[in-house]
Design a protein around this ligand. Sequence first.
Ligand SMILES: [Zn+2]
Length: 219
Amino acid sequence: MRHLRGALFVFLCLVTSFTLIAFAALEGRSDPQWLVVIDAGHGGVDPGAHGPNGVREKQINLEIARILEILALGDPDIKVVLTRRSDQTLPLKTRTDLANRLKAALYVSIHSNAHNDSRVEGIETLVADSPEHPMYSRSLQLAQMIQQQIMARLSPIGIPSRGVKRQPLYIRWAQMPSVIVESGFVTNPKGEERLQSPWYQVQIAQAVLAGIKAYLKSH
Ligand SMILES: [Zn+2]
């Protein structure tokens, strides 16, 4: 009888342990694997570029960033943190500092482009021109994946790719792979109209998220 009680006790202990491990595993699975900081460029006293009909870049950038945040809610592997959620003035350093403090996996800043020639249009993704940066080649890979995803959606409607470009940019302060997505020219009258359309904003947000996922799954 004592043996039986002993065996039952061990059995119950094992069942309890396995149950706890199973719960822990389930909880672990529900925790997002990757934290990604999404930055809506400009904001507050800094409106960014202007369209011919007065559309401000800071507003478009925020709308796209917020759509991306909502889309990411459906992905158990990714947690999105926005640098700003309203029309707020935010220094560039504060933006990358947030990503560094959170030890984010990626930093992606959403912008709309500007050109003196209002006929210029197209999509480009930028990386900081800092080949000495430890994340330089990873940033290039991330930029290529995002650019590819955007063009897969927008080439069919005739929007040209301007490719991945290197520029001296503040995102070099980010300690993780970091890019700036230029989601269209607000200075082009058609571009300004497109950038305001919810359909277009969703295309950009979906494509950026798809590029982020493709990158994270390949690293
Ligand atoms: Zn901008």
